[in-house]
Design a protein around this ligand. Structure first.
Ligand code: ADP
Length: 525
């Protein structure tokens, strides 16, 4: 039959697929060399009455009978059927088979093409292996993720437990502190005019320090547990900053630092909790004072930059190493140079500051040129638009008028009280002098010639009413602006004060904002 193959039909003979032509009953009438080679057969053997289905395995024969023949009858074609052919040595040759049934001349023939699928199979096997590997990797990753999540949960459980522990600790420490403080107050009262003994002073200072630490601890655990609610309202940032500077004065002057305050001349309004902002600035100032060797310089300034209010606290202190700038706001972070200074503290002040600033929608950063070169802390807060500052500006009016220079004599038997009050007044541009008893007050009034006298009533040698009467009676006394500071503030205290020649009466501890209003009045005289 190979003689029937037209000479030179190389394309048919040596095609890259096995080809054969069969009658509809399967008898092979033509076969190409490629297929003969794949099956290890000669063309003669293939054309000696063998049928297409004889080339298949038993399973292939059944499939051919049940599927291929009906499909050929219905649609005259079969595409990509997987069949194993039998090699002469009985080994299997996996192929894909296509059949097209065609009318040729007066007969009907099946055109059959085979493609070897060995490579495809191995490719599929590789694909399967790769898939298994990928699935394995995915499984391992899922396992690792689950482990990570479990670790994360464990960590946040530990973190929560730590926060709860801190909160409980702070709370429990606070309880015994209150009676201890009261007992100290009692001992101080018993000490009489001689004042508290040295050990009592130490006790008071240290308990104050302890209370401060416990407060910080309490605060930070409240912040981390989202329990701090801000009481926000439009405020002039300058007021909060001045108040913080006042509060920081004792520690600043104890270390003989100079504090330079620079505030904007127009109100700088923010929607904020004044007490919390004051706490922020006070913490930064306290740190500046703590971490600056005695006799240093601290600059506190505020201003508007676009729609932000910017507060900066700069010092000439020990500075912060570059690698620690990012971590100092974390809880319990304390740097070695600072620890060496044995300043106490738990390393939570800055975490507290950052928490409060962020609660206000602001940010904080630290900068330093490195150790020994001072530090700068910059707080940025969203400022209220200038248009919204009207009511606050009006409210701040009398205060804004206050800072002109006045000569003020501060009289109190406690040097601590006069020192801090003088420092606060000087911070606001006034000149001050202090005295600690009635005689000293009269003497200072004669030499210093104050415009304003802030006079405590409980003085060691004579009471404040008597001093006031004498000062009024002295030459130039009628022009004096005198403010009484008493501990009780009862109605008859006020009347007694006015009767003794005082212009005003304030209750201790003195509310500095109210005093400023009175000073503005004194100035307007
Ligand atoms: P504490 O002062 O209680 O240690 P803080 O959270 O207030 O805690 O400060 C964390 C650390 O940051 C301090 O221990 C100190 O090392 C460093 N630090 C803070 N402020 C300054 C500053 N102005 N100059 C130098 N270092 C500072």
């Amino acid at each position: 039959m190979s003689a029937a193959v037209p000479a030179g039909d190389g394309l048919f003979e040596h095609a890259a697929c096995g080809l054969l032509l069969a009658r509809t009953d399967g008898v092979i009438v033509r076969v190409n060399a490629t297929l003969c080679t794949w099956l290890g057969e000669s063309a003669e053997a293939m054309l000696a009455g063998r049928k297409l289905q004889d080339l298949f395995t038993i399973g292939g024969r059944v499939f051919h009978h049940t599927h291929c023949l009906p499909m050929l009858q219905v649609q005259a074609s079969v595409a990509e059927v997987q069949v194993d052919l039998l090699h002469r040595d009985r080994s299997r040759v996996p192929t894909l088979m296509n059949i097209a049934r065609r009318v040729e001349g007066d007969g009907v023939y099946d055109h059959v093409a085979f493609f070897i699928t060995v490579e495809r199979r191995s490719y599929e096997r590789e694909l399967m292996l790769a898939r298994r590997d990928a699935e394995g990797a995915l499984e391992a990753r899922r396992g690792a993720e689950a482990q990570l999540q479990a670790l994360n949960e464990q960590l946040s459980r530990d973190d929560r437990r730590k926060d709860e522990f801190l909160a409980t600790l702070a709370h429990e420490l606070r309880n015994p502190l209150a009676p201890v403080r009261n007992a100290i107050e009692l001992l101080k009262m018993k000490a009489g005019p001689a004042g508290p003994s040295r050990p009592l002073q130490v006790l008071e200072r240290q308990v104050g320090h302890l209370a401060h630490l416990v407060d910080d601890l309490m605060e930070i655990s409240r912040i981390t547990r989202g329990q701090v609610a801000l009481r926000r309202q439009p405020i002039d940032l300058a007021d909060a900053i001045r108040a913080a500077a006042d509060d920081a004065m004792p520690i600043v002057s104890a270390a003989r630092h100079r504090l330079d305050l620079s505030l904007p001349s127009v109100p700088l309004c923010v929607d904020a909790d004044a007490t919390r902002l004051m706490q922020v600035v006070l913490n930064l100032l306290t740190n500046a004072a703590k971490y600056t060797p005695p006799g240093g310089q601290i600059w506190l300034s505020a201003g508007r930059e676009g729609d932000e209010a910017v507060i900066t606290v700069r010092d000439t202190g020990i500075g912060i190493p570059a690698q620690s700038l990012g971590s100092i706001f974390e809880m319990f972070s304390q740097l070695t140079p600072a620890l060496d200074r044995a300043q106490g503290g738990l390393g939570i002040g800055l975490a507290l500051v950052r928490g409060l600033v962020e609660l206000h929608g602001g940010s904080i950063r630290a900068d330093s040129e490195g150790e020994g070169n001072g530090s700068v802390f910059t707080v940025r807060l969203p400022a209220l638009p200038l248009a919204e500052t009207g009511p606050v500006a009006a409210q701040a009016g009398p205060l804004a008028a206050a800072p002109g220079q006045l000569r003020i004599l501060v009289v109190d038997d406690s040097p601590d009280a006069t020192e801090t009050m003088c420092a606060m007044l000087e911070l606001h541009g006034h000149r001050t002098r202090s005295a600690h008893d009635g005689a000293g007050a009269q003497q200072a009034a004669a030499t210093f010639k104050p415009a304003v006298i802030l006079l405590d009533i409980g003085l060691p040698d004579m009471n404040g009413y008597e001093v006031a009467r004498r000062l009024r009676a002295a030459p130039g006394g009628e022009a004096l602006f005198m403010v009484a500071a008493t501990g009780w503030g009862q109605q008859d205290d006020r009347q007694r004060a006015l009767a003794a020649g005082f212009d005003h009466h304030l209750t201790k501890p003195i509310d500095f904002a109210r005093l400023q209003l009175l000073l503005a009045e004194a100035q307007a005289r």
